[in-house]
Design a protein around this ligand. Sequence first.
Ligand code: SF4
Length: 428
Amino acid sequence: MATQLIEARRGKITEEMKQVALIEEIDVEKIVRRVARGLVIIPRNVRRKEMKIIGIGAGLKTKVNVNIGTSTTYVNLDMEIEKAKIAIKYGTDTIMDLSTGGDLNTIRRKLIEVSPVPFGTVPIYQAFIEATKKKGAGIYMDEDDIFNTIELHMKDGVDFMTIHAGITKDMAERITKNERVTGIVSRGGAILTAWMLHNEKENPLYENYDYLLEMVREYDAVISLGDALRPGSIHDAHDYLQIAEMLNVAKLVEKSWEKGVQVMVEGPGHMPLNQIAANIKLEKTLCKGAPYYVLGPLVTDTAAGYDHIAAAIGAAIAAAEGVDLICYLTPAEHLSLPNIEDVKEGLIAAKIAAHAGDIVKLGEKAMKKDLEISKARAALDWNKILEMAYDTKRAKEMYHRFSTAKGPCTMCGELCVYLLLSKFKEEK
Ligand code: SF4
């Protein structure tokens, strides 16, 4: 199967590359060169029909991902479908289904149906859950259970998958020494660690990575190399384990490229604000510019109920420093499964962060919208101001909260600076 990466190396311009060039307002030859070098990925499973094409990577707008999905304690497919729909309405670039409860195949297929954007999953969850049901415990899952589940997801059209291939048995053993405050916070990482420790075997995703690549290449799915050992607290940021895994991931990136498979790298998590730039530099250097996909990062552990804000602060810096895809966090992070409103709030916070980062990363190209809104503000052009808001309905409600009169808002009323200035200009 000729993947986007293989085609680009041959110098072939695919329809997908043309679309990315058009959306990003970049010369298509540049897109081809970046795809050929692995610096840009185009997630599109060959089985997907109608869908929105996006590029993720160097020189492109920072993209935002929304995670949805059931949990083992709360399953409501209708709510998850509504979450997908609201995420699409408010402009998410990608959606991931992290479901762990209910009929996982049905849930995934329904969610793909309503998600016309690149769709991602974490197949190890399903392999573990089904082994628990069929064999009595997840740790009894075997390699076939894992690889068959991965293939099943790709047959359903999944465009990118988190694969925790970077964690190895020696890293899993070190975790038992309790050097960390929050241990392993990645679900996939915890599953594989428990499996390796119980079975006294190497990580099957690491050991059989070449086999995985052959399988993935058939669908041109993107491997998102998961960070099983991402820090779950700022105290644990950049410890031995996090870096050891990243070094391993760097080797796997090169292996993927050798086989013509598109790949991106996942990152933290929690880290102090002043470590974000170094983290991104490290990933971009070690992984030779492979697209970087971060969760947050959260810059403090103290923001329960407001973790979307803690994450957006980190995400803005990360985007400015070159991160390519941001995974949103919702206000419910660390507290509960998010509801529909949480998804909207988290997504808008992440989009603002991505845009703030793009102003630094892409300069004037990204600032066009800011300039347009600022001009509308100075002209008190409320139609435009409200229409261009991330959430027009909410902005309108606020504008009319204390008065329905047109003109300046109720913040300064008659002392609106734009009004005062316009009067001054008229008098002059
Ligand atoms: S009233 Fe004040 S806050 Fe409102 S638009 Fe005018 S200057 Fe801005």
